[in-house]
Design a protein around this ligand. Structure first.
Ligand SMILES: *Cc1c(COP(=O)(O)O)cnc(C)c1O
Length: 309
């Protein structure tokens, strides 16, 4: 890559991402001022927390002269989608290790990845389960050629540093900042960057995911970062990861119709729906200045049918 930045240059990214008022009529009566951190608008493709998490990984790879990046994901992985695009944009070869069987059809998400030059290989579920095992990763490097392996979701120590920047960009005082939790890296990065007096809240989108608290602590410790006060809610997963019912879809449609904010149901829809329930139950005090992080992921919307109007 040539350009003013010797490492990588990131033109055409809408940063800092905007912080917008969220005035949703059904929530007005709670008296909780809400802003949305619009990380979904960083770039049409390279957006959300997947961009935040990739940034310092790409810079480190470039500095170390690594030209090939591999990572893991499901057939609708926002992370593989962002990695494939970043690879094409910044000149890395990419390898996507996709959970599933070789005969399964490519989703629109994986078709994009392929079209951007990502080599796709399926890992049957029994193998996919070993994705964090260093021996297995060494075996993959032998099988598919040398590469830097990023964890699923891009969730490593360098990811936290990129996520922390979204908090630093917020230029007005707030009391609480909330995000959806998959692996916990986004919550960890946010918790590491809280201004004095602010708290972070994560809403888990996986069922039975009480282990995620330890993941967040582990990610913070692994990155050598201290954290401000943070907590996680486990009652808003809506039945489990990527379980999407009609009620959630109509909630997302209602938000879009009245605020123009587009949510996808796997992460941000569950975050906003969960926050709505917490407001309803008085779990967020009147006057709390609340920031909701829109972590992007809108490419995944192609996997869901819109509810009948
Ligand atoms: C991956 C993802 C998350 C979860 O982030 P973690 O860092 O894995 O907790 C949240 N929102 C969107 C849109 C995502 O794609």
């Amino acid at each position: 890559m040539t350009g003013p930045n010797p490492a990588l240059c990131f033109p055409a990214l809408n940063l800092p991402s905007p912080l917008e008022d969220f005035d949703f009529p059904p929530w007005r009566r709670h008296g909780v001022p809400i802003w949305v951190k619009r990380d979904d608008s960083i770039h049409p493709t390279l957006s959300g927390n997947k961009w935040r998490k990739l940034k310092y990984n790409l810079l480190a790879a470039r500095e170390q002269g690594i030209s090939r990046l591999a990572s893991f994901g499901g057939p609708w992985s926002n992370h593989l989608h962002a990695l494939a695009y970043a690879g094409r944009r910044f000149g890395f070869e990419t390898l996507g290790l996709v959970r599933g069987e070789a005969h399964e059809a490519l989703t629109p998400c994986l078709r994009d990845c392929r079209d951007w030059g990502m080599r796709l290989e399926r890992l049957p579920r029994a193998e996919y389960r070993r994705r964090q095992d260093p021996d297995f990763q060494a075996e993959l490097a032998r099988r598919f050629g040398p590469c830097l392996v990023l964890p699923e979701g891009g969730s490593n120590a360098l990811a936290l540093r990129g996520v922390a920047e979204l908090v630093a960009e917020i230029d007005r005082p707030f009391d609480l900042i909330a995000c959806a939790v998959g692996s916990g890296a986004t919550l960890a990065g946010i918790a590491s960057a809280l201004p004095p007096g602010a708290q972070a809240l994560g809403l888990a989108v996986l069922k039975g995911a009480e282990y995620l608290e330890a993941e967040v602590r582990g990610l913070l410790a692994g990155a050598g970062l201290a954290a401000g006060p943070w907590s996680m809610e486990h009652g808003h997963h809506g039945g489990g990861y990527a379980r999407v019912g009609p009620e959630l879809l109509s909630f997302c449609a209602e938000v879009e119709a009245s605020t123009r904010l587009v949510l996808e149901p796997v992460y941000t829809g569950k975050l906003f729906q969960g926050i709505g329930r917490m407001l309803e139950q008085g779990q967020i005090a009147t006057g709390t200045r609340l920031v909701l992080v829109h972590t992007g992921g809108l490419q995944g919307l192609r996997g869901f049918k819109q509810p009948a109007k």
